[in-house]
Write a protein that binds this ligand. Structure first.
Ligand code: GLN
Length: 260
């Protein structure tokens, strides 16, 4: 009788141990979704900006959320000034950044980029009543406003004798353009066009064609463990129509073809 009880007890114990062992190595248990910390500077309408209630919204924000959903990770946005973004990525203080960041050979020396997700370019913006700045040549010797650390700032350095005035963010240089403190601004055409067309800024106009052809990418530190996942997410939303839907929601027309 006692013998049987002992046998029973040992058998039960063995079963419990087996169940614990099986559960802890079970492949069916879903590991938690990784949480990726993504920096953005919400002063770049319509890519990232703040609503009056303080919510960060925009094309990039919707896109990043869709990429995360497609590639099974969670995004935690963090607001950072654009100028400090590259060095913050380099120091690995954030996992990624989405902020209308142009992929450039110079930046690729210190950080990595996803495949291109947006076709962009620089434009010259002047006050509506300006009649003499029409193209690159007519910028010589002028006072030009740019955003510090941007591709527009790099471009302005190539203009002979230009007096370059740097600003922390887009909205600031447009105010100074309207006030007459700068004669022209060199910045991302899409963002400027959107602001003009949607009545966010009045009294300015874009002149000439695109000065450059640029592509935005999602930036990460070099050798990021998340870059593959991000690229995979971009590929998914490009092929399943989600990219097109978000693009049309913000820009109202067909998205252009993107290189790989
Ligand atoms: N596309 C520009 C750059 O990468 C500016 C981006 C921005 O102002 N957010 O420099």
């Amino acid at each position: 009788m006692l013998n049987f009880k002992w046998q029973h007890l040992i058998l039960s114990l063995a079963c419990i141990l087996l169940i614990i062992a099986c559960n802890s190595s079970s492949p069916n248990i879903q590991p938690d979704k990784p949480v990726i910390k993504v920096a953005t500077d919400p002063t770049f309408i319509p890519f990232e900006f703040q609503t009056p209630q303080g919510e960060v919204v925009g094309f990039d924000i919707d896109l990043m959320k869709a990429i995360a959903q497609a590639a099974n990770f969670t995004v935690n946005f963090e607001s950072l000034p654009f100028d400090g973004m590259i060095s913050t990525l380099q120091a690995q203080k954030v996992d990624a950044a989405i902020s209308g960041i142009t992929i450039t050979p110079e930046r690729l020396k210190t950080i990595a980029f996803s495949r291109p997700y947006f076709k962009a370019g620089l434009a010259i913006t002047v006050r509506e009543d300006n009649k003499d700045i029409k193209n690159f040549q007519s910028l010589q010797g002028r006072q030009i406003g740019v955003q510090i650390g941007s591709t527009g700032a790099d471009f302005a350095k190539t203009i002979p004798n230009a007096k370059i005035i740097t600003f922390n963010s887009g909205p600031d240089f447009f105010q100074d353009l309207i006030n007459g403190n700068v004669e022209a601004v060199i910045s991302d055409a899409f963002a400027t066009l959107y602001a003009i067309n949607n009545g966010k800024i009045k009294g300015i106009k874009i002149v000439a064609d695109l000065l450059t052809e640029e592509y935005y990418g999602i930036a990460t530190p070099q050798k990021s463990p998340y870059l593959d996942k991000i690229n995979q997410g971009i590929a998914t939303i490009l092929s399943n129509g989600k990219y097109k839907q978000i693009y049309q929601q913000w820009f109202q027309y067909e998205p252009p073809q993107l290189p790989r």
